[in-house]
Design a protein around this ligand. Structure first.
Ligand code: HXC
Length: 517
């Protein structure tokens, strides 16, 4: 009896060791030599110490239809659940040392199992991707396997946060699944995302291009907007995921966790009274205001290198997570263009799906004019942000800091699209357009026929500024709930968040809206 018992224990020990050994020491050394951690090392760094519980250690695939009958215990992916700061998350981590982390039937079933459980219990899903995509040897089974994951990505969207981390060369399905998820992290110099790699590009288009240029972290963070965050190495990347999780609720039925940073709610910042320059065409850095109002000046910026004319990110006010959307006058004067509209629109929708109040800090001269923007679809991209703010039912607050002109004023969470509470600084300028454009349009004849067009233009602009370049007309109409002292902004916002906590918004019965994608 004892001998039999010992044998089964030993068998289990052997099988577990075999599964843990993955692709073997040579492949693990290659992984390390490339500056990459293994799938298991990554999970251990991501989760609270000792909290990881693994599933399907012994699951194997059916082998290849191409004559290669080798199977691997675990089938190239480590899955399970564990804690981040004591909160449950589900995780899968692809093992590049096993057939390049490629995804076959069993590999996919393991991922689908943790995705299903995450939705069932209401916990975030974190995918650590390091995969050559669909496992070629498994043919259509591996395509079917990706389909099952895409299906679950979409079903879980807006139910639990989904975070993807790209930690190696990812191609094909290994990039489409992450792109459906809420946030994509990439590791610099060791992770790549492309639909097809440089070799295929060479064959099809005869173009020589490096992996870095085609799908490196820098390209996706600055140009394509596919990557929301980048980090210099695996360790720092995993730490940033933990940080992001700290701002998010576990699912769409809960609020984000409260974290008291002991920053007084009534802290005033007299320096803010001097933030906006007297010359209204002079730039300033919106980050000063953002860091001033947030608890402990802590801000996690999303897409920090993409469409820098708008700033999006998470912070806390009075301990509560808020989503900030702020025009950045220091980049392109804070204008709204196609990329800024896409970036902010998607961020607003995430916050709305996960009960995170939205605060807009507005200094926007308008939408970017010109043929490039028109041909690039500024109308439909701008409509994304307009749609996103308008449909959001979470508490919504705006502070107009300086310019709020025309359509961009309306789009940036204005009262007219049913923002809950709108404040303005005394430096706010709320009008259909800026003084020069407006005066040249409505006084064109008078200026052209005048003996001194320069003086007439100047006088008319002054008159326009006095009338419109302020918040008082809007305040008279009630479009602004209060004109506040800049130094009080933090305190006023925290009080407003408190009063909006009980907000309930009725929705019309429909399947879903049709946001202009
Ligand atoms: C099977 C794969 C594989 C794959 C890599 N391997 N990708 N095996 N299916 N998709 C294997 C390699 O044969 C190799 O096995 C091991 O993994 C390591 O790969 P290397 O090429 O040696 O590594 P590296 O030089 O770092 O290059 C990594 C790579 C490259 C850039 C990812 O392997 C590559 O281009 N793979 C194919 C990528 C691709 O086109 N995928 C698309 C699949 S279609 P050995 O035994 O030599 O160690 C798809 C469609 C899904 O995903 C649906 C989308 C909507």
């Amino acid at each position: 009896m004892d001998v039999q018992y010992n044998r089964t224990i030993q068998t289990l020990e052997r099988l577990r060791a075999e599964s843990t050994a993955a692709g073997g020491p040579d492949k693990i050394s290659r992984q390390h030599a490339q500056g990459k951690l293994t799938a298991r090392e990554r999970i251990l760094l991501l989760l609270d110490k000792g909290s990881f519980e693994e599933f399907d250690v012994l699951k194997t695939g059916r082998g290849s239809a191409l004559g290669d009958a080798r199977t691997y215990l675990g089938d190239g992916v480590v899955t399970g659940h564990g804690n981040i700061d004591g909160r449950e998350v589900f995780v899968f981590s692809q093992d590049f040392t096993v057939i390049g982390g490629s995804l076959g039937e069993a590999h996919s079933q393991k991922i689908c199992k943790v995705m299903d459980m995450a939705v069932k219990v209401g916990a975030p899903i974190i995918g650590l991707n390091d995969s050559g995509g669909a496992r070629i040897q498994e043919g259509v089974d591996s395509l079917a396997a990706y389909g099952e994951i895409f299906h679950r990505n979409v079903r879980a969207s807006g139910v639990v946060p989904q975070i993807s981390c790209i930690m190696g060369p990812c191609a094909g399905g290994a990039v489409y699944s992450p792109s459906i998820t809420d946030f994509v992290f990439m590791v610099q110099d060791s992770s790549y995302m492309f639909v097809t790699g440089p070799n295929v590009v060479k064959t099809v288009t005869h173009q020589d291009i490096t992996a870095e240029e085609l799908g490196g972290a820098g390209m996706h963070a600055k140009k394509s907007g596919v990557a929301h965050f980048t980090a210099p190495n695996d360790i720092l990347c995993l730490r940033e995921i933990r940080r992001l999780i700290s701002y998010l609720p576990s699912n769409n039925r809960q609020g984000a966790p409260i974290l008291n940073l002991r920053d007084p709610a009534d802290r005033i910042d007299p320096a803010l009274d001097y933030l906006v320059p007297e010359n209204t065409s002079q730039a300033y850095d919106m980050n000063v205001l953002i860091h001033s109002i947030l608890d402990g000046a802590e801000f996690m910026e999303v897409h920090p290198q993409f469409a820098r004319n708008i700033i999006c990110g998470f912070g806390r006010m009075g301990g509560q997570t808020v989503g900030l959307v702020a025009n950045q006058p220091a980049v392109l004067a804070g204008v709204l263009d196609t990329e800024a509209s896409f970036k902010a629109g998607r961020f607003v929708r995430f916050c709305d799906a996960f009960n995170i109040p939205l605060i807009a800090l507005v200094d926007v001269p308008g939408f970017m004019p010109g043929p490039d923007q028109e041909q690039g679809g500024i109308i439909r991209h701008g409509a994304k942000l307009l749609y996103a703010f308008t449909e959001a039912t979470v508490p919504r607050i705006s502070v107009i800091v300086r310019k709020a002109y025309g359509g961009a004023y309306l789009v940036m969470n204005s009262k007219h699209i049913h923002c809950d509470v709108n404040y303005a600084w005394p430096t706010a300028e709320i009008a259909v357009m800026g003084p020069k454009g407006a005066v040249e349009l409505i006084h064109r004849k008078e200026i052209q026929t005048s003996a001194d067009p320069e003086t007439v233009l100047h006088d008319k602009m002054e008159q326009y500024r006095r009338t419109f370049a302020n918040p008082f007309l809007a305040a008279q109409r009630g479009y602004i709930d209060d004109v506040i002292f800049p130094r009080d902004t933090r305190h006023r916002l925290i009080r407003t968040l408190q009063v909006l906590e009980g907000k309930k918004a009725a929705r019309l019965d429909k399947k879903h809206g049709n946001i202009p994608l």
